[in-house]
Ligand binder design. Structure first.
Ligand code: COA
Length: 313
């Protein structure tokens, strides 16, 4: 026992592991507060304001008093910042009329302040399955309004997206992620448009096997998305590491061209001499590829999964 404590004390990497504090195990509210400077955050439209979705109860679903979106304003490295956190544990972090309006309002007010000479940045903590299916068009409209407010703010101040996992960012909210000034991911995070089950049910298991977690992470996972240039930082699942990455991303300011405006770069990636099929390689980036067919403990072995992996390497 005493030998073990001596060896831990002498090894900084073990010390770091010992003191690590998981970001993705926190709920949206705790995440939002811990990104900001300690003691500076105040929540707006919190659960005691009881602004909840009117559309869930008639469908036999229990609403939540904050509708799954948390808005906290405070300081980030001493500068004003508003954090919008999506709660993945409520209705899959889906965005409905009320949660969408909260996020939109926060971004619009930040843009109003920035225009009036009171600069404030925004951070979106994305843990979301996109548009709330139970709210249909209202959810689609809510996401469109978030996009519009984000575009307004990002021309003046950085809007930073974080997808830490375990849900990640999917559906319409990934368009939001794509428009963010910068994106921060963890290896556990995911970034995709259609969810694996959606692809499987629309196109069949040979196209995408939603039970094959290794396959999903080799396509949508944080390491892959970072390696293919869809994110700007890949960080450890650790509160100080995520906070540092967000501070750095905000400090880098507003770029001349946002990623979403670099159409040439994106088009070139999609036509890299292979008939329009995207071909990305993780080799040389220090990121180990996903295990091959039958190698991973959770990998299902079927021809579709093998083809997908082949296309990734
Ligand atoms: N609307 C409503 N509920 C949603 C949702 C959405 N857009 N996305 C996820 N959920 C719910 C699921 O129904 C599930 O609810 P349950 O626990 O009551 O069964 C819960 O969130 C968790 O989702 P689950 O699919 O079990 O988790 P997962 O980790 O396997 O996958 C996603 C997460 C986000 C990849 C997957 O839920 C998904 O593909 N969602 C749809 C994404 C999409 O294509 N959206 C298009 C709309 S823009």
């Amino acid at each position: 026992m005493s030998d073990l404590s001596v060896s831990v004390a002498e090894r900084p990497e073990l010390q770091a592991l010992w003191h690590r504090r998981s970001f993705l195990e926190l709920d949206a509210r705790a995440r939002a507060f811990c990104v900001l400077d300690e003691g500076t955050g105040s929540e707006y439209c919190g659960p005691f304001d009881r602004i909840e979705s009117p559309w869930l109860e008639p469908q036999g679903l229990v609403p939540q008093a904050d509708d799954g979106v948390v808005v906290v304003k405070g300081l980030l490295a001493g500068e004003p910042c508003v954090v919008i956190g999506v709660e993945g544990a409520f209705q899959g972090g889906s965005i409905g009329e009320v949660s969408g309006a909260k996020a939109t309002c926060a971004l619009q007010l930040a843009a109003r302040d920035a225009r009036a000479g009171r600069p404030i940045s925004a951070v979106l903590l994305l843990e979301t399955g996109g548009v709330r299916l139970q709210e249909g068009t209202l959810g689609l409209n809510a996401v469109a309004e978030i996009l519009s407010a984000l575009l307004e703010l990002r021309s003046m101040r950085p809007v930073i997206g974080v997808a830490a996992g375990p849900l990640g960012s999917y559906g319409g909210m990934s368009i939001v992620a794509g428009l963010c000034t910068r994106m921060v991911l963890t290896r556990e995070g995911r970034l995709g448009f259609n969810g694996a089950q959606v692809i499987e049910s629309e196109a069949g298991v040979a196209e995408f096997d939603s039970s094959d977690r290794a396959l999903i992470w080799s396509v949508n996972g944080g390491a892959q998305r970072y390696a293919t240039g869809l994110a700007d930082a890949l960080v450890l699942d650790d509160v100080p590491a995520v906070r540092r990455a967000v501070i750095t991303a905000v400090a880098a300011g507003v770029p001349e061209h946002h990623r979403s405006e670099e159409l040439g770069v994106l088009a070139a990636r999609l036509s890299a001499g292979d008939g329009g099929q995207a071909r990305f390689s993780l080799t040389g980036l220090g990121i180990p590829p996903a295990p091959g067919p039958g190698q991973g403990p959770l990998a299902a072995s079927h021809p579709g999964a093998a083809q997908q992996r082949g296309a990734q390497s």
